[in-house]
Design a protein around this ligand. Structure first.
Ligand code: UDP
Ligand code: LCN
Length: 791
């Protein structure tokens, strides 16, 4: 966490407060009197603003105040704690930067305070005794972060690997002996005991440098395509093992890159070198969340995009590993194991099968069991362990620590930001949600992991106004249990953005006619246009010449499918221009056991009646066949329609990139990941889910444009595809993640002592605190029936 000190000296808010007093003393006084009027409480930003508006009712005066420092302070405030006569502010001037100030409502005196004091003020509202207890448990991960270099610019957050490469480069630069840690690292590379890259003959940087000059001369004299095996024995004698390349040309190139690193390392050349090293062959991915299966699972409790993500990720990683291993001149078979829960009552899915091969891969499997089995199946330790979501990340951390292996975590939807005051109010929420266990598990694994794979910047550090999901673990408190004064630092270079893609063999452009899955067309025709209601669809489309606006999601409140139906119902212009098709949930609320889903199903029926939508809307039940879904997106594109993703908040939004991959122009929420995926007005459009009229008019404008500009629709279809190909493919993802695996494995060796210190701290916290806490969580007999938290 950036303390006040971190931004003082530049333009700290605490420094500016005296100016605020001079600027608008009269208004400040009245505002503060209003804030303390209701006594002790927490006030969120919107209430601070609205209470200020009631105090200063003259618009011109208000504008003047808002343009001054007071306005700036209020705009940067996340929340305030009122303990009369003081108001204590938590201020976030920039992503990742926090500052805390205490203002007296009496004399407007101002004092910068620590995060610890801020949390204590908050706690007094809930548990004053505990808050004042000098021996209350405090968790401070920063205290053992003594050597990790941190970033300082908010704009650099999420680019961790680039900075780690820079930091590494500067450690290795200067005298040749400084490169010894790299030599030691290269000497440690092996595959299941078989030495790779170097042997002990070349155990110093100077020996290695000299040998590289010899090999260069030797390789230059060979035909480029000479297989490595032809010179393998001679190279072994010189100290080089296999793994450099499959041919003389590739070997010469890789060795040349290392020679340049030894001569004068720079980040670009280091990065190239690490991307070529044979470091990763076996990967374990922990994903116990929901129903992890390859068929018939989407839409089951807690089972959505994260299952699609992991399965596609496995395919992409295996594909990339196969290419790399071949180029390295090795014949090793990579193995990826997804470890998940075995669910005996599997509802007709294969979730009760212990080992299941992953479709579309050669060597990857789903394993529904644990450690001994992994070591057995892989015939040794994995090279990288990846966790997914709270439970997967915690298990991955424990196993990575036990086996001494590089770890990555993924958590595309951390729960902490989803509920207001979910930490401070934990006692009330815990019986239902067990947040104390969940947030502490998340914090443990964030600290334990070597690197974090995020899909977007906002996932880590939010936006100007909204803290990121990881950032919300910077400091928080569970009164009566523990106070986390430093949970995670988003400026840690472990944070990386690697956005997923969509499987391009399933989601390809509608215009690729020869690839189209025409066998699905009769079924899709029935799905969209038949007149009768049945179990799969209700509602019908009278005018099938109109383009279709389409949406597909789980029927959760946050997905806001009912919001879209309401916007459409209210907007006559839009209704005249297009039909609406939505896929999600099912129609009979009595069949659902999920409170949210039941409410949404009922709301859908009510809206269809209220706005008399029959004839213009088709509501299709949840779909599980992704190949048919791919063709469905393309059939919507055939109508020259659009995809609309109206979520109140979306962590990433796989449907957005599925639609864009199919060439379907896309409108998506500006709350969360889609705001980064789409460049508004260029590769699609942002819509504000909290402003339905504006959103529906924006969609209507889009469909009016082709009347005057025939190429308009095509432009957005193509620009969406271009955006995908540039930034959102699994190929880009797999490359980035494997490079991270390699780079962070070296980084953890370079920072061994720091890593060990943190592990000891985590281990103590885990054993003394966490394990006891978990004992309070009951094991429900059939938990999946009720999603613990809506995603
Ligand atoms: N999906 C599906 N059938 C449905 C609803 C969704 O196959 O009825 C798929 C959708 O195509 C996407 C995933 O489920 O691949 C949803 O992922 P997204 O990231 O959009 O949302 P999540 O459900 O993970 O919150
Ligand atoms: C979870 C979510 O909530 C979605 O926004 C993501 O797209 C999905 O996981 C895959 O990462």
């Amino acid at each position: 966490m950036a303390s006040a000190a971190a931004i003082k000296g530049s333009e700290s808010i605490a420094d500016n407060m005296p100016d605020a007093r001079r600027q608008s003393r009269y208004h400040m006084k009245r505002c503060f009197a209003k804030y303390i009027e209701k006594g002790r409480r927490i006030i969120k930003l919107h209430h601070l603003m609205s209470e200020m508006e009631t105090v200063i009712d003259d618009k011109a005066e208000r504008t003047q105040v808002l343009e001054g420092v007071l306005g700036y302070i209020l705009c940067s405030t996340q929340e305030a704690v009122v303990i009369p006569p003081h108001v204590v502010f938590s201020i976030r001037p920039n992503p990742g930067y926090w500052e805390f100030v205490k203002v007296s409502s009496e004399d407007l005196s101002i004092e910068g305070i620590t995060v610890r004091d801020f949390l204590k003020y908050k706690e007094t509202l809930y548990d004053e005794n505990w808050s004042n207890d000098e021996n209350a448990l405090e968790v401070d991960f920063r205290a053992i972060d003594f050597s990790t270099p941190h970033l300082t610019l908010s704009s650099s957050i999420g680019n961790g690997i680039n900075y780690v490469t820079k930091f590494t480069t500067s450690k290795l630069a200067g005298k040749l002996e400084n490169a010894q840690p790299l030599v030691d690292y290269l000497l440690s590379l092996n595959h299941q005991g078989e030495q790779l890259i170097l042997n002990e003959t070349l155990n110093t940087a100077s020996k290695l440098q000299a040998a590289l000059i010899v090999t260069d001369v030797h390789l230059s004299a060979l035909p480029k395509d000479t297989p490595f095996q032809n010179f393998e024995l001679r190279f072994k004698e010189w100290g080089f093992e296999k793994g450099w390349g499959d041919t003389a040309e590739r070997t010469k190139e890789t060795m040349g890159i290392l020679a340049e690193v030894l001569q004068a390392p720079d980040p670009l050349i280091m990065d190239r070198f690490f991307s070529r090293l044979p470091t990763i062959f076996n990967v374990v991915i922990f994903s116990p969340h929901g129903y992890f299966g390859q068929a018939d699972v989407l839409g089951l409790p807690d089972t959505g995009g994260q299952v699609v993500y992991i399965l596609d990720q496995v395919k992409a990683l295996e594909e990339e590993l196969l290419v790399r291993i071949k180029q390295q001149g090795l014949t090793v078979k990579p193995q990826i194991l997804v470890v998940t829960r075995l669910i005996p009552e599997a509802r007709g899915t294969k979730c009760n099968q212990e080992l299941e091969p992953i479709n579309g891969t050669k060597y990857s499997n789903i394993l529904r069991d644990a450690t001994a089995k992994i070591l057995d199946l892989m015939e040794g330790k994995p090279d990288l362990i990846i966790g997914n979501y709270t439970d997967g990340n915690l298990v991955a951390s424990l196993m990575a620590n036990k086996l001494g292996i590089t770890q990555a975590t993924i958590a595309h939807a951390l729960e902490k930001t989803k509920y207001e005051d979910s930490d401070i109010n934990w006692k009330a929420l815990d019986p239902k949600y067990h947040f104390s266990c969940q947030f502490l598990a998340d914090t443990i694994s964030m600290n334990a992991t070597d690197f974090v794979i995020a899909s977007t910047y906002q996932e880590i550090a939010g936006s100007k106004d909204r803290p990121g999901q990881y950032e919300s673990h910077t400091a928080f408190t569970f009164p009566g249990l523990c106070r986390v004064v430093s949970g995670i630092n988003v400026f840690d270079p472990k944070f990386n953005i690697a956005a997923p893609g969509a499987d391009q063999s399933v989601y390809f452009p509608y215009a690729e006619k020869q690839k189209r899955l025409t066998s699905f067309h009769p079924a899709i025709e029935e799905l969209l246009f038949s007149k009768e209601d049945n179990n799969e669809h209700i509602g019908f489309l009278v005018d099938r010449k109109k383009p279709i606006i389409f949406s597909m999601a789980r029927l959760d409140i946050v997905k806001n499918i009912t919001g879209l139906v309401e916007w459409y119902g209210k907007n006559k212009r839009l209704r005249n221009l297009v039909n609406l098709v939505v896929v999600g949930g099912f129609f009979d609320p009595s069949k659902s056991k999920d409170r949210e889903e039941i409410a949404e199903i009922k709301k859908m029926h009510t809206l269809i009646e209220k706005y008399e939508l029959r004839g213009q809307i088709r509501w299709i039940a949840a779909q599980t066949d992704r190949n048919r879904n791919g063709e469905l997106y393309r059939c919507i594109a055939d109508t020259r329609g659009a995809f609309v993703q109206p979520a109140l908040y979306e962590a990433f939004g796989l449907t957005v990139i599925e639609a864009m991959n199919c060439g379907l122009p896309t409108f998506a929420t500006n709350q969360g990941g889609p705001a980064e995926i789409i460049v508004d007005g260029i590769s699609g459009f942002h819509i504000d889910p909290n402003n339905g009229d504006e959103a529906s008019n924006k969609i209507a404008d889009f469909f009016e444009k082709p009347k005057t500009d025939a190429a308009y629709w095509d432009r957005f279809s193509k620009a969406g595809l271009q955006r995908i190909y540039e930034c959102y493919t699994w190929k880009i993802y797999a490359n980035k993640v494997l490079n991270m695996g390699s780079t962070y494995t070296f980084w953890r060796q370079l920072n061994k002592e720091q890593k060990q210190a943190k592990q000891r701290y985590i281990q103590m916290f885990f054993n003394l605190q966490y394990r006891n806490l978990v004992k309070n969580v009951p094991i429900p007999s059939d938990e999946p029936e009720q999603p613990v938290v809506p995603k």
